[in-house]
Write a protein that binds this ligand. Structure first.
Ligand SMILES: Cc1cc2nc3c(=O)[nH]c(=O)nc-3n(C[C@H](O)[C@H](O)[C@H](O)COP(=O)(O)O)c2cc1C
Length: 201
């Protein structure tokens, strides 16, 4: 089994989403010690924003004359690594109501027409079927259904759409939310609850 582990928090060792994604990966390793884990740290090793040249090469084999551009190679590898993974665990912080731009740059490399989805006769058809995706989501505030800020939530709702579009039906979400509410007094409990959920995967 191949597991792709992605972190995108800029907060290093203080990151909540890194803590929860690590607990999830540890659980997969526990269940299957032979699991092959590939780790991408999008904060320390970011993919650049998609530009027109990178767009023109998405999903194609790079020719020798462009293969000297490391960012094109990294983007092509991001797609191949995602396609080869059986399980994908992603640490997802909420930054400014959405996801980190580093994670968006990765999504821009894996949502590729003809590779992970296609425009069929009945609309969009996902081609990345059969994978399990686990999202370790962290947020300072509270955005649950019925809460005053529910309509401001563009982190998890966005990612659910992304993975649905490419054909992922096995999506597990572990949420650590409200980390900054109550002056951060509940942070340790919220994180511990999320880690326990990750350890029960
Ligand atoms: C740049 C930045 C922007 C943030 N924006 C939001 C926000 O819009 N809503 C929110 O609830 N929390 C926000 N937070 C708090 C984070 O969601 C919270 O710190 C969470 O733990 C981030 O995940 P991480 O610790 O893995 O980086 C923000 C934090 C940072 C650093």
């Amino acid at each position: 089994m191949k597991l792709l582990h992605i972190d995108s928090s800029i907060l290093g060792d203080s990151s909540a989403s890194r803590q929860v994604s690590a607990a999830a990966v540890a659980q997969f390793r526990k269940k299957d010690p032979s699991v092959e884990v590939i780790y991408l740290d999008l904060a320390s090793d970011p993919l650049p924003h998609l530009d027109v040249e990178a767009l023109s090469w998405l999903g194609k084999d790079l020719t020798p004359d462009v293969s000297g551009r490391p960012e094109l190679i990294a983007g092509a590898e991001a797609l191949k690594t995602f396609q080869a993974a059986d399980v994908v665990v992603i640490g997802v912080p909420m930054y400014n109501l959405s996801i980190p731009s580093q994670l968006k740059s990765w999504i821009d490399r894996i949502m590729v027409a003809g590779q992970t989805f296609r425009y069929g006769a009945n609309g969009i058809e996902g081609l990345a079927k059969g994978k399990k995706v686990v999202l370790a989501v962290a947020r300072g505030g509270l955005y649950g259904a019925g809460s005053p800020a529910a309509s401001f939530e563009h982190q998890l709702s966005y990612l659910k759409s992304v993975f649905a579009m490419i054909g992922i039906t096995d999506l597990t979400v572990i949420e650590a939310e409200g980390l900054a509410t109550n002056g951060g007094a509940d942070r340790a409990r919220i994180l511990s609850d999320a880690e326990q959920k990750a350890s029960a995967l």
